[in-house]
Write a protein that binds this ligand. Structure first.
Ligand code: AMP
Length: 285
């Protein structure tokens, strides 16, 4: 596995592969890799001849009081995991390589209809940081296929909108959520949890499963379902529920009873740690 720290070296290799007619799959990450990330690599590998992963903790997508400084950086372990997955190239740029103009930076903004609600409401500016860095990474890697996790459901919707609106020549794939044995969605932030909090954390998923079951049984009173779920999470020991909503998977607007597809999105906090999860229900009658 080659490690590229510069855009120039990355581009030279990608161009060499493309001139041989090989396709390139891309998995962008912030590192501290777990089995969920590695499942995305597996999907990329199935789709393409060559796979590039990137590790970049993107300052632009963190708010001033968020965990940019303390975000776990574990390059050596990540590198070994990617090698074991037979990844062909790892792009590991510095902040200066990614943002040579510093603060004076052109940004990509997807309209507020998709970016101002849910995560965007809790984390102002977050999605501008995400779309800007993903756009730059796409320009650098020029992948045929890029794989993202369903875990960050809104992020995928926002990136899809950017790719469609800006006619970017890349096929996006949304890969399923990797979970621990007890159902907790894998996340680099799970390691912030104390033992006691870790025991409570899987209740987020079981609470979403309860809503899923109710919807599958014909219940369409989304407000009552999500209010009850929110109370339940607090009873389980969560400190704060940022949101639980049942929304349309494309528009992210509140679901209507007559809709055929739903996504149940939730974010709840244990201490300062925000846990995200979701369940997608497609094509229900
Ligand atoms: P991150 O390093 O957290 O920015 O995540 C990089 C990519 O991995 C994103 O596309 C995430 O949606 C995806 N991802 C994170 N956690 C999981 C998970 N538990 N299962 C599948 N994909 C995930």
């Amino acid at each position: 596995m080659q490690v590229f720290k510069t855009i120039k070296s990355l581009r030279e290799q990608v161009q060499a592969w493309k001139s041989q007619g090989l396709t390139v799959g891309f998995v962008p990450t912030m590192g501290n890799l777990h089995a969920g990330h590695l499942s995305l690599i597996h999907v990329a590998r199935e789709q393409c001849d060559r796979v590039i992963a990137s590790i970049f903790v993107n300052p632009l997508q963190f708010g001033p009081n968020e965990d940019f400084d303390s975000y776990p950086r574990t390059f050596d372990a990540d590198q070994s995991k990617l090698k074991a997955q037979m990844v062909d190239g790892l792009f590991f740029p510095s902040v200066d390589e990614m943002y040579p103009s510093g603060e004076i930076q052109t940004t990509v903004h997807v309209p507020a209809e998709l970016t101002g609600l849910l995560e965007g409401a809790s984390r102002p500016g977050h999605f501008d940081g995400v779309t800007t860095v993903v756009n730059k990474l796409f320009n650098m890697v020029q992948p045929d296929v890029a794989v993202f996790g369903q875990k960050d459901f809104q992020q995928f919707a926002v990136i899809s909108k950017m790719v469609t609106d800006l006619a970017m020549p890349v096929k996006l794939i949304r890969a399923p959520i990797g979970r621990d044995e007890d159902g907790l969605a894998l996340s680099s932030r799970n390691q912030y949890l104390t033992q006691e909090q870790r025991a409570i954390a899987p209740k987020l998923y079981t609470t979403l499963l309860d809503i899923e079951l109710a919807i599958k049984s014909g219940n369409r009173d989304f407000t009552a379902l999500t209010m009850a779920a929110s109370k339940q999470l607090l009873l389980h020991g969560f400190d704060f529920v940022d949101y639980i909503h049942v929304v349309n998977p494309i528009t992210l607007m509140a679901s209507k009873a007559c809709d055929g597809s739903f996504v149940i999105l939730a974010v709840a906090k244990l201490g300062n740690t925000r846990l995200l999860d979701n369940i997608l229900l497609s094509k229900l009658d």
